[in-house]
Design a protein around this ligand. Structure first.
Ligand code: BDR
Ligand code: CA
Length: 310
């Protein structure tokens, strides 16, 4: 039976590709999509989710979530994702409206009415999940796992020690990491290895359907920022796609449980996911940290999922 999941995202190029991968699979059932401010403002990330689904002729309930972090001002990533948050491909205006429910209401509805425990896949700042767990802790019992893109064991991409999603809302991340819900963290350690090389973008483009054309065009734009020689990447890293791929096939990944805490006060390290790699604290190993993946299998999974579209 397909696993019920909710995707909580801030599209964003890699969020959009993560959605496309998830929606093609029969192993998971995307019960709802919730959006959050992050890569761009809340209105833009919502609009982007609706535009991607409309382009693909897929109708799913999409609910708008937080427009700012729990306690801080919003940081966006326009330099990576552009002014709309999804620059590059031409997308139609949304063909349907957002849900009448807000993100928290939709998540509660799905989680509390599901016969099977629900897996949450957050690919943006954790603001919505933070709100949910603070206001409705009863949902915890019916959450199977939270598989998120965020953080890193080694180094940040937005400050020397913080990854973007965690940096934007460290207080929300702190709530999630302390929640005692099983959490799998797909951080930069693995996502920087999930690069798509130029010939692979062309392989995707050559599939020749609407979904593959969109993914190739998203990769073209996402690649521009990542071709900065400071990064020494050979192609854009598909951060958010790792979280969905992990839910689809965890055996493709290398992970280990560690104690991980969020720094919410550090002057230099605020937003860092502090991984007790050598177990110096003896504290509870609360987080499943993903370190590596079989990159070729990952690319094949993406291509095979794109082939399923018309
Ligand atoms: C994360 O930040 C965003 O720009 C991406 O969508 C991804 O979720 C990577 O640090
Ligand atoms: Ca994202």
């Amino acid at each position: 039976m397909a696993k019920p999941v909710i995707i909580d995202c801030d599209p964003g190029h890699d969020d959009a590709i993560a959605l496309i991968l998830a929606l093609a699979s029969d192993k998971i059932d995307v019960k709802g999509i919730t959006t959050v401010a992050g890569n761009q403002t809340g209105d833009k990330t919502l609009n982007n989710a609706l535009r991607v689904l409309s382009y693909l002729d897929i109708k799913k309930e999409v609910a708008q979530g937080a427009v700012k972090p729990l306690m801080r001002d919003l940081i966006t990533a326009a330099e990576v994702h552009g002014e709309s948050g999804l620059e590059g491909p031409e997308l139609p205006q949304p063909a349907f409206e957002k849900s009448e429910k807000n993100a928290i209401e939709l998540m509660i509805d799905i989680i509390m009415n599901s016969d099977e425990k629900v897996t949450l896949i957050p690919t943006g700042p954790l603001t919505n999940i933070g709100h949910l767990l603070l206001a409705h802790p009863e949902v915890k019992d019916n959450i199977e796992e939270i598989v998120l893109m965020g953080g890193a064991c080694l180094g940040g991409n937005w400050t020397p020690s913080a990854e973007f999603n965690i940096l934007v809302d460290p207080e929300a991340a702190d709530i999630v990491y302390k929640s005692s819900i099983p959490v799998t963290m797909c951080g930069l350690d693995v996502t920087h290895k999930a690069q798509v090389f130029k010939d692979e973008t062309e392989r995707i483009r050559s599939i020749g359907n609407k979904a593959s054309t969109l993914v190739a065009e998203l990769l073209d734009y996402f690649g521009i920022f990542h071709m900065n020689p400071n990064f020494s990447f050979d192609g854009p890293p598909l951060h958010d796609v790792c979280a969905v791929a992990y839910v689809l096939d965890p055996n493709m990944f290398v992970c280990k449980k560690h104690n991980v805490e969020i720094d919410i006060t550090g002057e230099l390290t605020c937003g860092a996911t502090v991984v007790d790699y050598y177990d110096t604290s003896g504290k509870d190993k609360n987080i499943n940290v993903v370190f590596d993946l079989d990159r070729e299998k990952f690319i094949n999974m993406l291509c095979e999922s794109l082939e399923k579209y018309n």
